[in-house]
Design a protein around this ligand. Structure first.
Ligand code: SF4
Length: 482
């Protein structure tokens, strides 16, 4: 059987403001995971439109398309195209799970929730010519899943081909996050067996890894055993975790000993009211600055994530947030405009209140305002969001943030990581065009080299004044879309 697997490009990936490097980071692991259930006789072609031009004139028997909110219209067009050519088309992913009836118009079969149990069930039915219209995931386990088909991934087109996922979901329930909608009807947080995760790591060439798990530190027992097993493996890795998990016990020290060098942390907001509105009560009254210092003392760089436009935000929020990031030596910042994704609690609340302004999913990219704001108007929110990016990544702020660290090595690492990521677009574009992105891995590995233990950062009176003892969990639910 001929199988075509497609990740259509997100709409924003083709905008004039597109930073190609941002969409050339990670290969489509979800599709490669599903491909592992196909038979060795099947002919599989996996295409990621972010890094290649789609070839649509072929005649596969089965087409599998992964749908996010901002690639939904494009995914539907591709699906319609292949159905008109006689292929059997199936759609799955976050957006399909949130709006199954919309997706079903463009598919022969749709998938709700994760696919590890439903996709093999579908394949059996399909081969027996009795496929169902809809498969909903109910059994949630990662035991005995086959190794994902990394042979289908065009490694040289990605900066981080060694991305990996060893858990599913997250133990928390933030109102704006897709997680609860996607995992409805079963467990919403579960892990691989530690030995399976270690074997998967062992199979990856090179030193660098990027864990794309929503919350790698979410299960202390699993994460401790994983880090223990990784200790002798000479890896450097990046991952995501919550403020809460950084402060609890000694898990973060174990992660650092195993090679953790940078962490995506969702600070989100400094307002306790916003945290409550977002159902981030698990992190209320945690000390952001203590978390930052702890990471820095372990030589771990921070990608801080922040959300603008929650109901308690006023027009000062942008400057406050940027200043806090710079003064606390956050290496890179990811800002989002609050976005009520369909299926989330936030969406239901806003719909009930009549606050959804558009149902054009292309606008739901966390760069546009799609809902009626509360204390700031939409234009101020959009302007403030754009300003925050420009300001945080100005050379003066990159230098200022780098100088907050207490060792020269950490200062340099910060400077090269933040500057390299945001300031050398032409170089990145050249590497992408010449298919040399993967050759940058040794550079990335050296920037992620270990920093000697320090006290964390220099004391900074402004940062001390601005310290806020409220906290938030991660916003990977938003970032995931990017
Ligand atoms: S936003 Fe982050 S912490 Fe909250 S539920 Fe989603 S993944 Fe978990």
């Amino acid at each position: 059987m001929k199988v075509k697997m497609i990740l259509p490009a997100l709409t924003e990936a083709e905008s004039p403001f597109w930073r190609p490097i941002k969409y050339s980071l990670f290969p489509p692991l979800g599709l490669a995971t599903l491909a592992a259930y196909l038979s060795p006789d099947d002919e599989v072609d996996l295409q990621d439109q972010h890094v290649e031009t789609l070839y649509l004139e072929d005649e596969p028997d089965l087409v599998v398309i992964q749908v996010y909110i901002t690639n939904a219209y494009r995914a539907y067009r591709i699906a319609d195209h292949y159905r008109s050519r006689g292929a059997y088309v199936i759609l799955g992913g976050l957006h399909v799970t949130s709006l199954p009836d919309e997706a079903a118009e463009h598919a022969d079969t749709i998938f709700l929730g994760p696919g590890e149990e439903t996709f093999p069930r579908f394949l059996k039915d399909f081969r027996n010519k009795i496929p169902q219209k809809r498969y909903s995931s109910a059994i949630r386990t990662l035991e005995h899943i086959p190794p994902l088909r990394r042979d289908l991934i065009k490694r040289n087109r990605y900066l981080v081909p060694n991305s990996i996922v060893v858990t599913r979901g997250c133990p928390h329930h933030c109102n704006f996050c897709y997680k609860d909608a996607f995992f409805e009807g079963g467990k919403s947080f579960y892990t691989q067996a530690v030995d399976d995760a270690l074997s998967e790591i062992d199979r990856l060439e090179g030193r660098h890894l990027y864990f794309l798990d929503d919350h790698l530190l979410g299960n202390t027992r699993f994460a401790s055993a994983l880090f223990e097993g990784m200790k002798g493996m000479n890896r450097v890795f990046q991952a995501a975790g919550t403020v809460d998990s950084i402060l609890r016990g000694d898990l973060i020290e174990k992660a650092a000993a195993a090679g953790l060098r940078s962490l995506f942390v969702g600070f989100e907001t400094f307002s306790p009211t916003n945290l409550k509105q977002s159902n981030k009560k698990q992190n209320l009254a945690k000390d952001y600055r203590e978390a930052v210092n702890r990471l820095h003392s372990l030589g771990i760089m921070i990608n801080g994530s922040f959300v603008f436009g929650l109901d308690d935000d006023d027009s000062d929020v942008f400057k406050r947030t940027v200043d806090w990031g710079v003064n606390n030596a956050i290496t890179t910042a990811t800002y989002h405009i609050l976005t009520p994704y369909p299926g989330t609690r936030l969406y239901k609340d806003m719909e009930q209140q009549g606050r959804i302004l558009t149902y054009d999913w292309d606008q739901y990219d966390t760069r546009n305002v799609v809902y009626q704001t509360a204390r700031i108007d939409a234009a101020t929110l959009k302007k403030g969001y754009d300003w925050a990016y420009r300001s945080f990544y100005s050379w003066s702020n990159i230098v200022k943030a780098s100088l907050q660290h207490d060792t020269h090595k950490h200062k340099l690492k910060h400077f090269f990581y933040a500057g390299g990521w945001k300031k050398f677009e032409a170089v990145w574009n050249f590497l992408i065009k010449t298919r040399n992105l993967n050759n940058m891995l040794p550079v990335l590995e050296s920037v992620l080299a270990k920093v000697k233990k320090g006290t964390g950062r220099q004391e900074h009176p402004v940062a001390t004044q601005q310290q806020d003892t409220s906290a938030a969990a991660c916003s990977t639910g938003l970032a995931k879309q990017l």
